[in-house]
Write a protein that binds this ligand. Sequence first.
Ligand code: F6P
Length: 320
Amino acid sequence: MQRIGVLTSGGDSPGMNAAIRAVVRKAIYHGMEVIGIKHGYKGFIEAEMGPMNLGSVADIIHRGGTILQTARSEEFRDPRGRAIAFENVKRFNLQGLVVIGGDGSFKGGMEFYREYNLPVVGIPGTIDNDVPGTDYSIGYDTAVNNVVDAVNKIRDTATSHERTFIIEVMGRESGCIALASGLAGGAETIMIPEQPVRVEEICDKLIRGYRRGKLHSIIIVAEGAASGIEVGRLIKEKTGFDTKVTILGHLQRGGTPTAFDRILASRLGAKAVDLLISGEYCSMAGMVKGEIVAGNLEKVTTGRKHLDMDMYQLAGVLSI
Ligand code: F6P
């Protein structure tokens, strides 16, 4: 394999740059050439592509976001869009493709492989940590730390004013960020899409706590579980407590990646190149129990990652 392409797709996640750097440098180490594709599959269709060298990935390991930029491409879902992308595969003489993104991005890569036989390897990059076949995806650790940092700050003002705070975090279909940040931040209640809980139950718990002398509370709500604003409105209505809502939004996705994410990204990026070289196409580089492994991309895109419900129970026990 002489020449490969690399792109980032879907929501950006901190550490994607470290992964791009690892792909480019590991490929060059093996005597290969790398074509960077901008704006994910959108740029693949629009030929926003150009060669990358050792210098193109200098000074990026510590930067959040992605130097290749990213997009969610509707056009690539359409066979006509993929046909145009294949013209660019021929034009740039690509023999393999590394896709850094979430399972939606991998589905596009799989489809492309089925139609045009271009070897594709995935690297999980999403703050949601909802990609099966890996314990961690790139950006999740940074996002959790961003949330915990915010929870710490909110706790200061929550205690000072004796308020109940609802903090809405990202995770459309996954409660991973909510659970980890809720446990690490000592939240009283964590609302996740995987385990629906009624607001009445939350209110009962808040009132029990209040009777024991607890004057402030932190409730973490995953966006996929409920709307933070709506939860805040209902709690205020049912308890009469001074209730405030903070939606953390996209600040969770930004900032310098943690050392964990940089190391993970470097290892997965290097592994992705190894997988292309060894002919393990349609695979994903992942980390399972601390080991860097190859997963089957088909299984990744059809499977579902399960949340650690023991951890959820524990968070409940510790926040009594
Ligand atoms: O998939 C990552 C993610 O950050 C989700 O947690 C969130 O729901 C979504 O992206 C937001 O997407 P966008 O940036 O397109 O609004």
